[in-house]
Every structure is written in C-alpha cells, then in structure tokens.
Design a binder for this molecule. Sequence first.
Ligand code: SF4
Length: 360
Amino acid sequence: MTRKEYLIKQKDEKGRKLFGIFPAQYPREILWAMNVVPVEIWDPPLKVSHANAHVQPYICSVVKLGLELILQGKCDDLDGFLFPHTCDSIQNLASIVYNYLGLEKPCYFFYHPKAPYRDSSRLYYLEQLKVLVSRMEKQLGPLDLSVLKQCIERGQQVASVLRDLYGLRARGELKASNSEFYQVIRQGEYFHPDDFLPLLEEFLAASKGQADSGPSVILSGILPNPMGILTFLDNLGIRVAYDDFMIGSRRLLIPPSDLPDPFEQLTESYFRMPPCTTRASPIAQRRDYLFNMIDDATGVKGVIFYMVKFCEPEWFDIPNLVDELKTREIPALVLEIELNQEFSGQVATRLEAFMEMIGI
Ligand code: SF4
C-alpha cells in the first residue's frame, strides 16, 4: 500500500484527521490523542519547480520540497499543518505558508525551547503543550486526558522496540540490511502507532540474528537521502552500527517517563531526548553522544556526516565534531548532498577513498 493509499484509508475508514507536520520535534502523542495522524514532510519525491519562486536559492531542500508539495496541490487531503520551531528555514516556510499562500487550512505553531535549559524552560515547554492543545481543541474538540495517557504509553512501547532494534544493530545482532532498516523505521513518519508497533515487532522478530561480521560506521545528519549511501554500504558489506540522524536516534530513542501527569510526562521526555542541533544542544553533549555510540557499538571504523546542503544548524557543529573525533583518532568524512538527487559518482569516489583510508 502506498503512503497516500494508507493515509486515505486512515481518513475514510478510521475517521482520523491528517495533519502535515514539518520537521522535526513535536508532541505526536497529543495529535494521536486528538484523533489526528501526523504526516511528516521531510523529503517528498518531487522535482522542485514552483518553490524556487518563493524561497532563496540557498535554502535547504527539506524546506524546498515541503513547499513544493503544497504548491503542487498534493496536500489537499490534509486537515491542517503543524510547524515546529526547528530552525530559521522552517520559520520562514511557516510564514510563507501561513501569511502568503492563502491556504484555507488551519496552521499550528509549536515553539519548543532551545538549550541552555533552565527550570523556566520546563515551565515554558509545559505551557507550550497546553497552548497547542487549546488551539487545536477549537478545530478538533476537547482532549481526553485518559486517551492522552494511553497514547503516551503507546509511544513508549514504540520507543522501546526501536531501542531494542538500535541496540541489536549496534552489537551486530540484527540481520537486516541498512536499506531495510531505514525503510521500516521511516514508516513511523506517517503510520498510526497502532499499525507501526506491530510492524516494528514483526521486523524485530524477523531480523534478530548475527549480522555479517564486517566493519561498521556511524551515520550522522538529518536523514539518509539519497538512499544510495545505504545500498552503497550494503554492497560493500559495511554495517551502519548506529545513527545520529534527526529522523533517527535523535528523535526516536526517547527515554520513558512514569510521571503521573501526562503533560509532565511529555515534558520530561522532551528534556531527556538525545542532543540535537535544532534544540541548540551544547557541542560537548553531541560529542559525548557520538563517543558513546562508538564505544557501545561493535566494529566502528569511522563516522560519516551525511549533510543536507544549506542546513545551517548542522553545519555550525560539524567542524567542532570532526575536531573532537580527531582527538580520539576516529576518522570522519563529511558529505554534502541535495535530497532526491542521484547518488553521484563523485560521492561514491569519496566514500571509496574513505573506506580505503580506514582499512576497509
Ligand atoms: S534543520 Fe536543516 S535540513 Fe532541517 S529544515 Fe532546518 S535547515 Fe533544513
């Protein structure tokens, strides 16, 4: 079933609303509890034609493709949009869509706090959750707190299976290829958790087992697009042991919280998420997160930063992270890519040279 077919079914058969969600972090449990399926918009497979007239040429392709999706009329089935306060580029996109495109769809904004965090940041986040709920209630009706608690539990079950998958993969105990792994976990970007959880459990059961005992690398960046990098590594027998992707571990491996109040639970989880540039996490935290991955995983030979072109938040950290890796003599390769482009020969050559350098 295609993504579109799945979503139409959610709407027609389950009576759920569909919201287009721009990257990256948002309280998905609140949307589930309000009978909304969050449909994340990261890298729709489109050729950019209309969006160039609205944005500067040096904006990232996540924003360009998201805007293109709207301009091509491919969001007509959606019942609203949510723009988290991820970066300046998403803020600009939110402003274009909300103020200038004249779409007759509700737009919501979610302003999560950036580091450094203080006690007031927690209060602010809690307040933002409630503000979002009160705005959405006008469109969707009242939020039932007992349903929200159930949805948080569902989210924790999903995160728990994902942690198992990441743990097995890091130890070389997952047979799935790199491409299969990301094809499965990325379905969580639009699947309802009632469908995503069994899918993950099935994948976990089918994939447990010794991986080929080849070397491994860690991938960092926003997302694995072009997918060519995954097939390239698969063909060389190189395992991705762990990722520091924004669509991956940075958002998915959320530690559980058992606080009694659901809003407090969501708040605690937010502040315990792995470090991320879009939350202005200090470089030392990102460095330690990478070092922990390297120490926990087996056979890691190097780190590949698979960077989306013009992604400012990520580029601020890269030189420092590469220097930090050098202090431990861990080789790093930085690749800059445009989404949905061919996996170029130039990228393949640089990867081959890197592999040779690290002795693969
Ligand atoms: S975080 Fe980077 S890739 Fe994502 S929307 Fe912002 S600039 Fe684009």
